[in-house]
Ligand binder design. Structure first.
Ligand code: HEM
Length: 489
């Protein structure tokens, strides 16, 4: 990352739309294209005469001992020794690409967020698709939920929708996330199975845990083996809120609907592909973009006014329930296109870090009991995966300036000039912004109640929507869902 002077950052800030905007997301990195004119150097920039021989003491054409003095050789081995970072604790296997988000209808009746109201804008995005259960090297076509995570580099800061291809989730309360993930991951004694989300511990957990019923119906259906990342829906899953200029709140669910339609593999196809071409989805996305067949998704919102929060027979904050579209239609207001592959997998797809707490003014949390825990967890997990300065990594940097007094820590890149690093200060440097200046707005919300480890009674109903889902399947889809079991793996 370049320690760009403020004037350059200001220039970048004003260039965030369209083609230019997309370039900016990568412009901050120290980008080096390998060329024939290059000569090998050490990390400190000194050219080297050989990359093949360790310095040693030879005599009479006999090979002698190697010298520790060869700091170039030691540096080469040492850098290799430390190439790996921890893989993601979930969603380790993934593929990413750059693109644009274009709004074609303003949602100003429900939000003042420019990314959802300014139809003249194009917002650069980075999207990462993933499986949940398997390790970084696992196969693509396994039976599993797929991640659909979108980072919008908006002029007001980064906004992340960290979604899945299935609209509901296994659990209602984030405190259970370690349990469902331990149960679905390879079993602890022998680390089997890899990449598969149906095995003894998984069934043990969901059998004991009725709220998982709806989601595992989806996970056992054809939905859990997409034909392509380009043919998958994306759902924000959690309930968020939008705030408009009048200060009115609406609950919202986010949707991405693929323009190629939703398609799946059947189990036999998935098995063959997992053996023959474990990179099937990754390559499909890469090749489509290289060939100019840019994948596109319509972006939609379902909204419910705050006053109607309790008008439904399910709790609209419950992530194990979807909002039926015949009750709350999806309003399509934008389009997401992916049109550029990454330049390097590690620095972009591996180092990208999403977080549900990344929201911009006009978009906010709700009391969804899964969401609050997520917003803690994503932030927290990056510390062990990427380190404290993870938001400074080029792929994670916003396109607008970052101005605060957070400082230091391992791997700090930004050089901030000046004599004060605290607020308030006698120079009135970097004061908090006003609402008119674009400050994030925490919508006022009245809160009262009894502190207790419970949720509302509607959270205790677990079967209506599971049944609705099963009944919505065609006969072959029902058959696939019913007959799938571990013996067929
Ligand atoms: C609505 C339910 C959820 C959805 C849709 C979801 C989706 C995702 C996605 C798409 C990723 C991969 C992000 C990437 O591509 O880098 C991810 C990673 C992760 N999720 Fe979730 N998740 C959900 C629930 C949770 C909960 C409840 C927690 C914890 C309380 C959690 C913790 C994590 C962690 C720690 C990672 C790894 C992040 C990283 O290392 O970058 N998730 N999730």
């Amino acid at each position: 990352m370049l320690g760009l002077p403020m004037s350059a950052v200001d220039k970048l800030k004003n260039m965030v739309s369209g083609e230019k905007g997309r370039k900016i997301a990568q412009l901050d990195s120290v980008s080096r294209t390998v060329s024939k004119d290059d000569r090998i150097t050490t990390d400190s920039g000194v050219k080297q005469s050989t990359a093949d021989e360790w310095l040693r003491v030879n005599r009479d054409d006999k090979t002698g001992p190697m010298l520790l003095e060869d700091s170039y050789a030691r540096e080469k081995i040492h850098r290799f020794d430390h190439e790996r970072i921890p893989e993601r604790v979930v969603h380790a296997r993934g593929a990413g690409a750059f693109g644009n988000f274009k709004l074609f209808e303003s949602a100003e009746d429900v939000t003042f967020a420019p990314v959802l109201t300014d139809t003249s804008r194009e917002t650069p995005v980075f999207v990462r698709f993933s499986t949940v259960q398997g390790s970084r090297g696992s196969a693509d076509t396994v039976r599993d939920v797929r991640g659909f995570a979108v980072k919008f580099y908006t002029q007001e800061g980064n906004w992340d929708i960290v979604g899945n291809n299935i609209p509901v989730f296994f659990i209602q309360d984030s405190i259970k996330f370690p349990d469902i993930i331990h149960a679905v991951k390879p079993e602890p004694h022998n680390e089997v199975p890899q990449g598969q989300s149906a095995h003894n511990n998984f069934w043990d957990f969901v059998y004991m845990h009725e709220e998982a019923t709806h989601m595992y119906m989806w996970a056992m259906s054809d939905r859990a083996i997409p034909r392509s990342y380009r043919m998958m829906q994306g759902f924000g899953v959690n309930t968020f809120t939008l705030i408009n200029q009048k200060g009115e709140r609406h609950f919202v669910k986010f949707h991405f609907t693929p323009e190629l339609g939703v398609h799946s593999l059947v189990w036999d196809e998935a098995l063959k592909l997992a053996g023959q071409d474990p990179d099937f989805h990754r390559k499909d996305l890469w090749e489509a973009i290289e060939n100019g067949a840019y994948p596109k998704w319509k972006f939609g919102i379902q909204t419910i006014p705050e006053s109607q929060e309790h008008d439904f027979d399910f709790d609209i904050l419950d992530a194990t329930k979807l909002w039926p579209e015949d009750l709350i239609p999806v309003r399509y207001i934008g389009e997401l296109e992916l049109n550029k592959n990454v330049d390097e997998y590690f620095t972009q797809t591996e180092q990208v870090a999403f977080c549900t707490a990344h929201m911009v003014p006009g978009i906010a949390h709700s009391d969804d009991p899964l969401l609050q825990g997520r917003s803690f967890s994503y932030f927290d997990t990056q510390l062990s995966r990427l380190g404290v300065n993870w938001q400074e990594l080029p792929i994670n940097r916003p396109v607008c300036p970052v101005m605060n007094f957070n400082r230091d820590g391992q791997g700090r890149h930004t050089i901030t000039k000046g004599t004060v690093n605290y607020w308030p200060n006698r120079f009135e440097v970097r004061p908090p912004a006003t609402f008119q200046e674009g400050a994030y707005h925490d919508p006022p919300q009245s809160v009262e109640g009894i502190k207790a480890r419970t949720k509302s009674a509607k959270f205790r109903e677990h079967y209506n929507q599971a049944q609705l889902f099963y009944n919505s399947l065609s006969p072959p889809e029902k058959q696939h869902t019913l007959t799938w079991d571990l013996r067929k793996q």
